[in-house]
Design a protein around this ligand. Structure first.
Ligand SMILES: NC(=O)c1ccc[n+]([C@@H]2O[C@H](COP(=O)([O-])OP(=O)(O)OC[C@H]3O[C@@H](n4cnc5c(N)ncnc54)[C@H](O)[C@@H]3O)[C@@H](O)[C@H]2O)c1
Ligand SMILES: [Zn+2]
Length: 389
């Protein structure tokens, strides 16, 4: 009998990228972008295309000219393939059709495999344009300029991007580490109050399962965050982003081949609520509700103290986050659409349910099932709080 041969191969690819924190990133005197891309051009200056979220222009009318001027003044290292391109952002950009159009934009400007897509916008914008950049020529360099709190402290510093499909959040996407991330705090000044606070629940999320000191720091700073204290928000963004990056670098599973998703604490419900509310809830707002549901659950299962739940709920209320949405309620036939989120999360993870819950402050545990009665109690608790507010 002929012996069939198997060749087994193994290789690893090291990834490295910088996450910088700055202000006035497009002032010609700011060296970060120049230093980030300088020396990357294989034969001369680095070819790049800026793609800018449209909503920013109302707040920063000079933004496009500032970018163009920066590129002109640093033309020894930067080679724009065209003027900055303006594209409307928000959750509606997260569609397969929009990604196709973004690919066409890169094609039109003849970006090659070694070119850079410089993406300036919120989390949804970075997800959609980043996904397009990750698939043209099987992936061009992504330099992200996140412009919301949520994008600067969480979504924009990680290794994932995705768009929505088949009524499911983030159904198609890739794991694609950025070439670099540049967080310019100036962009946060123009956020609506709503988007200013919407990034804060992600900080509570990571603090509750990884860093008790940061949790206490957040609870003490809630009042300052609520009145838009820029120094408090900058420190929140830095600490949250650093925890996120440490997790990616040290968890042993940056591309989530396993089923555990610690950074998705509170997210089985959040993703479902975003869809059920038809986009009325922002991602961060849905995360706030998801965290309260799962923290209530953890209290009932004696994993964390009641004090922790009271502190998180109090902080979110002080920040005026919406802590109830009718998408949490049952349908007229008595079924609870939110609970479908558990099954969808299971499928998303690959068949085995892993839900991360806090286990003592600053620590976590994975559970493989959820007691739906307790989740219904959590929903009833949220509803009662809402009714008495
Ligand atoms: N890739 C990931 O790992 C990951 C992680 C978490 C969340 N996400 C995704 O991120 C998205 C949410 O991101 P988001 O909260 O930034 O929402 P968003 O991108 O929808 O932005 C919120 C609003 O702020 C506007 N905006 C953006 N920057 C602004 C600025 N500087 N000033 C004034 N307005 C500004 C936008 O136009 C939008 O109307 C969701 O789609 C979520 O699924 C992705
Ligand atoms: Zn999130």
């Amino acid at each position: 009998m002929r012996t069939l041969e198997t060749i087994r191969q193994r290789f690893s690819v090291p990834f490295e990228y910088s996450v910088s924190f700055t202000r006035t990133v497009f002032s010609p005197r700011n060296p970060i972008l120049r230093n980030t891309l300088g020396g990357q051009g294989d034969s001369g200056p680095q070819r790049l295309l800026f793609v800018v979220e449209e909503a920013l222009l109302a707040h920063y009318p000079a933004l496009l000219e500032d970018i163009a001027r920066y590129c002109r003044e640093h033309r020894d290292v930067l080679d724009p393939a065209g003027p900055p391109q303006v594209v409307a952002g928000g959750e509606s950009l997260k569609s397969a059709e929009a990604v196709f159009e973004l690919c066409a934009l890169f094609n039109h400007h003849e970006l090659c495999r070694h070119s850079s897509a410089c993406i300036v916008g919120g989390g949804a914008f970075l997800d959609a344009v980043g996904f397009a950049a990750a698939i043209v020529h099987r992936g061009i360099r992504q330099v992200r300029f996140p412009t919301t709190v949520l994008a600067q402290n969480d979504s924009g510093v990680g290794v994932k991007n995705a768009v929505n499909m088949f009524g499911q959040k983030n159904y198609i996407g890739t794991f694609a580490p950025p070439f670099a991330v540049i967080n310019d705090f100036d962009f946060l000044d123009s956020l609506s109050d709503r988007d200013w606070v919407a990034g804060v629940p992600e900080a509570f999320k990571v603090a509750m399962i990884k860093d008790a000191d940061f949790f206490h720091w957040l609870c003490q700073r809630t009042g300052r965050l609520a009145v838009r204290d820029a120094d408090a928000m900058e420190e929140l963004v830095r600490r949250c982003a650093a925890l996120h990056l440490t997790h990616i670098a040290t968890s042993g599973d940056p591309f989530e081949f396993g089923s555990a998703r610690p950074l998705d604490f509170g997210h089985w419900a959040a993703h479902k609520l975003e869809i059920l509310s038809d986009g009325e809830l922002r991602h961060g707002e849905a995360v706030a509700i998801g965290l309260l549901l799962d923290t209530f659950y953890a209290v009932q299962k004696e994993m964390v103290d009641q004090d922790v739940l009271a502190a998180v709920a109090g902080a979110f209320a002080e920040l005026k986050l919406p802590l109830w949405h009718d998408a949490l309620a049952p349908d007229s036939d008595g079924t609870w659409p939110l609970l479908d989120g558990i099954e969808e999360f299971r499928a998303h993870l690959g068949g085995e349910l892993h839900i991360t819950l806090p286990n003592g402050l600053g620590q976590k545990v994975e559970v493989s099932s959820l007691d739906t009665d307790v989740i219904l109690q959590a929903i009833a608790w949220l509803k009662a709080r809402h009714a008495s507010a």
